[in-house]
Design a protein around this ligand. Structure first.
Ligand SMILES: [Zn+2]
Length: 153
């Protein structure tokens, strides 16, 4: 099989759903976790696959689900080179840019124990401080949170 047709098969092996590609290696299960995907869906996972561009990557295919904006934002926080493709009838109909938003609402938990968002029913809100390495700032307590401390809701 030619390289081209193999690539084609990989994408079209999903009838309808979402392909999350170029996740940083080891992030596939985390991606499913942050999307709240349990055992009710058909999911295909590839881990530590070879990637021409980035060395190693993870890949996740989710049957019957198209990601919404908030879900795309969560995935964006996992890795900068990630791509999201929406598949319908075996074909890629949309390729969503996984850009980091300038503000993040309700996706990340604030690690500051005395932050109001950990006590009152307030939706968390962060502003982007720096993209690489990732740093966000809590709108309420001003705490700067690095990628290592990030806990996705
Ligand atoms: Zn805070």
């Amino acid at each position: 099989m030619k390289e081209e047709s193999r690539e084609f098969y990989k994408v079209t092996s999903l009838r309808q759903g979402t392909v999350i590609d170029h996740l940083p290696p080891g992030m596939a299960l985390k991606a499913l976790e942050v999307l709240g995907i349990g055992t009710d869906r058909v999911v295909t996972i590839g881990m530590y696959l070879e990637s021409k561009k980035w060395g190693r990557k993870d890949l996740v295919k989710i049957e019957g689900k198209e990601l919404n904006e908030a879900e795309v934002a969560k995935i964006a926080l996992l890795g900068r080179h990630t791509t999201i493709s929406i598949i319908r009838d075996w074909r890629v109909v949309d390729k969503l840019p996984v850009l980091l938003p300038s503000e993040i609402h309700g996706v990340v938990r604030c690690p500051n124990p005395s932050c109001i968002t950990n006590h009152d029913p307030v939706r968390t809100r962060f502003r982007m401080e720096q993209e690489e390495p990732l740093k966000v700032r809590c709108f309420y307590c001003e705490r700067v949170v690095s990628k290592e401390e990030l806990e996705l809701l």
